[in-house]
Design a protein around this ligand. Structure first.
Ligand SMILES: O=P(O)(O)O[C@H]1O[C@H](CO)[C@@H](O)[C@H]1O
Ligand SMILES: O=c1cc[nH]c(=O)[nH]1
Length: 246
């Protein structure tokens, strides 16, 4: 009989890797894997592209999760089933506050659940919060490396191109929300319920009150500050996860 593989991520039940770094974009997974020793492509099914490798001698997995809460929730469910104990999302985001500049990192301490996926797991009164130990490890790793970063709340949503986005952004900005993404709330809620430590580091690719589509386009074209922010979030996530060892 063949090994038992998870239906979507196509990774085997007995993979035996405890730590995962989760970019949204499969191309970012490939770029992140380049920093690992003995990096090996494991699978690429749908949006889930995965690599294994070593960081500080510790086995880690890098796996893309695609865009939006549903594909993140499936990733967390299947990763937990194969024994992943802690995961750090390395995403991109739009800034809702002027102090978060392009290429800065946002360490998400909690997420506004303005998306549908997490509601399938718990009512809105349930908080979407990072694992305290993992968040602290992320903050320490970024600080030690000297990266520009901010800790705060992100708003996770399901709709990048809403006509009323400017008013929505302004409203959440007035409430102190720092950044906007699509997956962090689902990661935090599903991870917490299934017993996985989670954290989320977001690279600011769209400035506050900027044109989101234009900014994301520049990121895809490899604009320097966002490429630098991406490198910073990758290195921070590897370092933070391996701080959990011992
Ligand atoms: O760059 P990733 O990690 O995909 O994150 C952000 O980018 C996508 C939108 O461009 C959404 O998935 C959003 O959350
Ligand atoms: O503004 C942005 C940029 C990336 N991702 C988002 O969800 N929003």
């Amino acid at each position: 009989m063949g090994e038992n593989k998870m239906p979507h991520i196509q990774l085997p039940e007995n993979l035996g890797i405890r730590y995962a770094v989760l970019p949204g974009d499969p191309a970012r997974a490939e770029r992140a894997a380049c920093y690992l020793k003995d990096a090996k492509l494991l699978a690429f099914n749908r949006e889930y592209k995965s690599y294994s490798g070593l960081w500080n001698g510790v086995p880690v997995l890098v796996m893309s999760t695609g865009m939006g809460g549903p594909s993140m929730a499936i990733a967390v469910e299947e990763l937990r089933k194969i024994g992943v104990e802690a995961a750090v999302r390395i995403g991109s985001c739009g800034a809702l506050q002027p102090e978060a500049g392009v290429g800065d990192l946002v360490m998400v301490e909690a997420a506004v659940r303005d998306e549908g996926t997490s509601l399938g797991y718990a009512p809105l009164s349930y908080p979407a919060v990072a694992d305290h130990r993992l968040l602290t490890a992320c903050e320490e790793s970024a600080r030690e490396a000297g990266y520009r970063c901010h800790t705060g709340i992100a708003r996770s949503h399901d709709c990048l191109y809403r006509d009323d986005n400017p008013a929505i952004y302004e409203d959440w900005a007035r409430k102190g929300v720092l950044a906007s993404d699509m997956e962090t709330a689902a990661l935090f809620v599903v991870g917490r319920i299934r017993g996985m430590r989670t954290a989320s580091i977001l690279n600011v690719v769209a400035a506050c009150k900027g044109n989101v589509a234009e900014h994301i386009g520049r990121y895809v074209d490899g604009e320097t500050l966002t490429a630098q922010g991406e490198e910073h979030e990758i290195l921070t996530a590897f370092e933070a996860l391996t701080k959990l060892e011992g």
